[in-house]
Ligand binder design. Structure first.
Ligand SMILES: Cc1cc2nc3c(=O)[nH]c(=O)nc-3n(C[C@H](O)[C@H](O)[C@H](O)COP(=O)(O)OP(=O)(O)OC[C@H]3O[C@@H](n4cnc5c(N)ncnc54)[C@H](O)[C@@H]3O)c2cc1C
Length: 223
């Protein structure tokens, strides 16, 4: 039993843990060790989560998000945890994609593209792409640890970002799971405006701010 000072902040936590343990193939860990290991990233902050999930595949991730939503538990996704601004830590559930969801699905030299899971480490992708004369453009200096999912979250750059662009400039299409459990696939083109519910309206309602305030400096992100 935890001391009162660390009393359970999420009333649905025990029920959520029970459901997760029954339904996930991946790891569901609420041990002090797992919580401590995921309580920091490369920032100065410490936030201890209640549950650490390591999904084995996409269905595990969907289940974890659904259970978290049903029980009012906030979620933070995590790759290598190399962010410097508290991006990869949070109080409820950490979903760590780096352990199992790190497969390179395909590399296609003809279209000069690769299909990967979010937990792929950048340097693993670079090694796999090199025989085809290909590379992923942006290269944070954490390349041997950082994941493609985390790079997308941070719109990571690195020195070669100057010539190849930021991560967003190098992602052709993405399938993602929202915090409310929707699965969306969208490319980089204007069709994304209709693929993401509400985005077209949001853009037209805020066109003035988007035009004048965004892109004033090279990298405008929130993690
Ligand atoms: C020494 C050092 C040097 C660095 N150099 C650079 C640099 O040169 N350029 C640069 O851009 N950055 C740099 N960084 C910052 C960081 O390493 C990069 O931004 C890196 O790409 C983050 O990847 P990660 O896998 O560690 O992501 P994390 O830190 O785990 O996560 C980053 C963000 O993405 C979200 N996220 C992670 N995975 C997913 C997912 N599957 N689905 C949805 N959201 C997800 C997280 O919630 C978080 O908001 C540096 C950091 C350090 C400590």
């Amino acid at each position: 039993m935890r001391p009162a000072a660390h009393a359970e902040p999420f009333p649905g936590l025990d029920a959520a843990l029970k459901e997760l343990r029954c339904s996930l193939e991946g790891i569901v860990d609420s041990s002090s060790l797992a919580r401590a290991l995921h309580s920091s990233d490369a920032s100065n902050y410490r936030v201890t989560p209640e549950i650490v999930i390591m999904p084995r595949h996409r269905d595990d991730a969907i289940t974890a998000v659904t259970v978290a939503q049903n029980h009012g538990i906030p979620i933070t996704a995590r790759g290598g945890g190399t962010s410097c601004a508290r991006n990869a830590i949070g109080p409820g559930m950490i979903i760590d994609f780096s352990r199992f969801m790190s497969r390179i699905i395909s590399i296609d030299p003809a279209s000069r593209s690769a299909v990967v899971e979010p937990g792929v480490i950048l340097s693993d992708l670079q090694k796999a792409a090199a025989p085809y004369g290909m590379r992923f453009g942006p290269d944070p200096s954490t390349a041997t640890r950082c994941t493609i999912g985390g790079m997308i979250g941070n719109n990571a750059c690195g020195p070669h970002g100057l010539s190849y662009g930021r991560t967003a400039d190098n992602v052709r299409s993405m399938t993602w799971l929202t915090g409310t459990g929707e699965i969306i696939t969208a490319g980089a083109g204007p069709e994304a405006l209709d693929a993401v519910p509400g985005l077209r309206n949001f853009v037209s309602e805020n066109m003035a701010v988007l035009r004048t305030d965004f892109g004033r400096f090279g990298r405008q992100i929130s993690g």
